[in-house]
Design a protein around this ligand. Structure first.
Ligand code: COA
Length: 261
């Protein structure tokens, strides 16, 4: 990941910290940044030393202020579809990552930035975060899954309002709508909250965590019976060593030590 130009990547205590690093452009997502995101999430799945991911933006002003408008301005009907499908595919990889992924959002979290945050498993915001889908101001709509994920997260009425007006909402409103899990006064405190949650998750059985991700996502896969997926995953859990460890530890009144197998 040393060759990345737009993303800083650093692993500490099992957490991979990914920082979108285009501060002079409000961390706008250009094609190159998206491709780096794709590459990094391939690594996340394979690298056993990475147990969880925190995704954030460089500086205090923005998490990500959207897709890079200088690239959007060059689209035609054929490559616009590919543009949307490509972004959707990468965000879907993030959403389906079997290791927990938390977005820590600070400042402007707009357009593709809001869509990126929504593809993560949870969102923790600093008080200065501003959320919105302002694409209508450019004559377009969200194309990286935003019309779907925003509606799922906050409901049809509010999603329509945000996407039709292009208005921004503040962090507290985002929390009250269910778009954000927690709001902390500063970015540092938001990062600390994400670390606290992730360290708790990392003490649990990793296979079970991955199955929670998959079963929750099954709710949104229209061709699938999520209850069946849940029953199948539940059955797979009991084949794992972690199941034996978890149940034995409870009965022996000790803390479990999970190995992810
Ligand atoms: N794509 C490309 N560049 C962007 C960008 C985006 N989505 N958002 C911000 N930038 C760039 C600006 O062009 C500017 O670059 P410059 O210094 O080379 O001119 C720089 O980031 C700083 O932005 P600026 O507009 O000067 O800051 P601001 O504090 O006045 O306003 C925003 C901040 C986020 C409100 C404003 O930049 C904005 O509305 N951005 C676009 C948001 C958007 O429509 N996103 C959806 C895209 S699909």
């Amino acid at each position: 990941m040393d060759h990345f130009k737009n993303i800083l990547a650093e692993t500490k205590d099992g957490i991979l910290y990914l920082t979108i690093n285009r501060e002079d452009k409000m961390n706008a997502l250009n094609f190159a940044t998206l491709e780096e995101l794709r590459e990094v999430f391939d690594t996340v799945l394979e690298d056993k030393s990475i147990k969880a991911v925190i995704l954030t933006g460089a500086g205090e002003k923005a998490f990500v202020a959207g897709a890079d408008i200088s690239e959007i301005a060059e689209l035609n009907e054929v490559n616009a579809r590919k543009f949307a499908e490509n972004g959707q595919e990468i965000f879907s990889v993030i959403e389906n990552c079997e290791k927990p992924v938390v977005a820590v959002t600070n400042g402007f979290t707009l357009g593709g930035g809001c869509e990126l945050a929504m593809a993560c498993h949870m969102r923790i915001a600093s008080a200065n975060a501003r959320f919105g889908q302002p694409e209508v101001n450019l004559g377009i709509i969200p194309g990286y899954g935003g019309t779907q994920r925003l509606t799922i997260l906050i409901g049809r009425g509010k999603a329509n309002e945000l996407m039709m007006t292009g208005d921004m909402i503040n962090a507290e409103e985002a929390r009250s709508l269910g778009l954000v899990n927690h709001v902390l006064p500063s970015k540092e405190e938001a990062l600390a909250k994400a670390e606290e949650i992730l360290h708790k998750i990392m003490s649990k059985a990793p296979l079970a965590i991955g199955m929670v991700v998959d079963c929750v996502n099954a709710v949104y896969r229209s061709d699938e019976n999520g209850y069946q997926t849940e029953a199948n995953s539940f059955a797979r859990c009991v084949k794992s060593g972690d199941y034996k460890e978890g149940t034995s530890a409870f009965l022996e009144k000790r803390k479990p030590v999970f190995k992810g197998e």
